[in-house]
Write a protein that binds this ligand. Structure first.
Ligand code: DGL
Length: 290
């Protein structure tokens, strides 16, 4: 209760009603794969990318911890003037999005929006699968939450969903080992475990924003007829449609085509590693969250 009152007090004194950038949040670098696609489709807007690199990975953390870190990130981006925040992280979307939308937003500012990456993926899944058997690879947190199974079940109860937690995949990417033989071992292991649980899978959702970097390896161990679905383009298209349907929110986004990169770790470290995801250098700033 005291927490809620403090949030309310903070909202009354902090948030400007002027337009601001779109906030894109991820635990680390993975959300950059989503940011890239969003900027391709909506290049006119300003963005702030926030990576909580000092506390990543989130995938093996408990629900309460991921929720609290995500709430802090949303609050930080609202403080920076964002009216719209995208949780470009499946783990945060699976664990914290609903509570933030239902309990935090009404208190902080009911006119601001926080969107995730799971719903847009789920909405189109029926068009992707012929066999109606879908596999989801994700972090332990995402798979444990059962979010994909629950959400797909609501829209398309005829689809069978099988999840596989791949806890080593994010560290392989974050440590630039995703092209090496260690990656082959862990990719082959989880793909074969998934297919042994359901051999009828014809669509594999990369339910973690880090995984597109492993796509080449994943392709190597999947039967050729299984389609790999990577979320970036879909999230970008879905955001474009959303903003088309919400002109009031659209007017609250500044248009300059800029992107600032914020990290809770060292700015130099972020700058070096972000190149793996973006294939061009960026200039990052270190920020704190609480
Ligand atoms: N990239 C995040 C996701 O989409 C997870 C990375 C992490 O474990 O922090 O789930």
């Amino acid at each position: 209760m005291i927490g809620i009152l403090l949030l309310f007090y903070k909202s009354r004194i902090m948030y400007s009603q002027s337009p601001g950038p779109v906030g894109i949040f991820d635990s680390g670098y993975g959300g950059l794969t989503i940011l890239e696609k969003i900027r391709e489709v909506l290049p006119q807007y300003d963005y702030i990318y926030l990576g909580d690199n000092a506390r990543a990975p989130y995938g093996t953390r408990s629900y309460d911890v991921v929720y609290e870190f995500t709430r802090q990130a949303v609050s930080k981006l609202f403080d920076a003037g964002c009216h719209l925040v995208i949780l470009a992280c499946n783990t945060a979307s699976a664990t914290a999005l609903r509570t933030i939308q239902q309990r935090v937003l009404p208190v902080l500012d009911p006119d601001r929006r926080v969107l995730g990456v799971i719903r847009p993926t789920v909405e189109i899944i029926d068009d992707l699968t012929q066999s109606k058997h879908v596999g989801i690879v994700g972090t332990s947190g995402t798979i444990r939450s059962n979010s994909y199974t629950i959400e797909i079940g609501k829209y398309f109860p005829h689809i069978t969903v099988t999840g596989e937690a791949c806890p080593m995949w994010v560290p392989l990417v974050e440590n630039d080992e995703f092209r090496g033989p260690g990656a082959d071992y862990f990719v082959e292991k989880h793909i074969s475990q998934l297919l042994s649980k359901d051999p009828l899978i014809d669509t594999l959702v990369l339910g973690c924003t880090h995984y597109p970097l492993l796509e080449e390896k994943i392709r190597k161990y999947l039967p050729p007829e299984v389609r790999i679905f990577s979320q970036g383009e879909r999230i970008a298209e879905s955001l474009k449609e959303y903003l088309y349907r919400h002109p009031g929110l659209r007017r609250q986004i500044t248009r300059g085509g800029t992107c600032r990169f914020w990290t809770t770790e060292s700015a130099d470290k972020f700058t070096t590693s972000a190149t793996l995801f973006l294939s061009r250098p960026v200039q990052a700033e270190t920020v704190t969250m609480e």
